[in-house]
Design a binder for this molecule. Structure first.
Ligand code: FMN
Length: 204
């Protein structure tokens, strides 16, 4: 079954490596991950004063995330942490209080960097925010993609054959299965609850 996936890229750079990784993932699982890139560069900085009358960009972003079955974060690391533009998007989506569009959405995180440790610090800061926001986070495979450069991609911007593409392929399959499992489990639980309620009614 195809799942709608909102991809949020934590880099605004035109030639972003993380955006290329995100595109490669969409290409790898085009059959059952229906991916949309959700733009975050135009989101005004989060300000609680604006909650009563939110900017249209916030509303657009919230609607796009709300419509998805799962969220995939592909992000660089900035100064050993989460890029500000991505943190702002997470904050925007998480509010107003009690109306977070991230609530219960299954998610996964990929961080890519030319550096050796593949954005480990950023990856875990994103994870921390998402766990707080009640998002079931895929645990494995972890994706700290190190030594990623322009040369990791072909002319069409997709990952070249090799260990990096192999890891990303495993991740794309695992993410599909993760989203499927979360939604299917909820559906079965809802069916069980409805069945139990019907049984209780009949015995009353
Ligand atoms: C402000 C800034 C801070 C950075 N800090 C880190 C860092 O902490 N760790 C790291 O691996 N790379 C760091 N980099 C390098 C980025 O990994 C590199 O620019 C990468 O290409 C950015 O991702 P993108 O290609 O998706 O835009 C930093 C780059 C910038 C612009």
């Amino acid at each position: 079954m195809a799942h709608k996936i909102a991809i949020i890229v934590g880099s605004l750079r035109k030639d972003s490596l993380n955006r290329k990784v995100a595109r490669s993932i969409c290409g790898l699982r085009g059959d059952n991950l229906d991916c949309s890139m959700i733009e975050i560069g135009d989101l005004p900085l989060y300000n609680q004063d604006l909650d009563a009358n939110p900017p249209e960009q916030w509303t657009r972003f919230r609607q796009q995330v709300a419509a998805a079955d799962g969220v995939l974060f592909c992000s660089p690391e900035y100064n050993r942490g989460i890029p500000g533009v991505l943190k702002n998007a997470i904050d925007v989506g998480s509010r107003p209080y009690g109306q977070s569009v991230f609530d219960k959405k299954p998610a996964a995180i990929v961080t890519a960097s030319p550096g050796a440790i593949g954005g480990f610090g950023s990856n875990h800061q994103i994870r921390q925010a998402c766990v707080f926001l009640n998002m079931p986070m895929m645990q494995q495979p972890e994706a700290y993609l190190g030594h990623v450069t322009d040369d990791s991609f072909d002319e069409s911007g997709c990952l070249k054959e090799g260990p990096l593409k192999d890891l990303v392929t495993v991740l794309a399959h695992a993410f599909h299965d993760w989203v499927e499992m979360i939604h299917r489990s909820r559906q079965l639980l809802a069916e069980d609850a409805a069945h139990a309620a019907q049984g209780a009614k009949e015995h009353a």
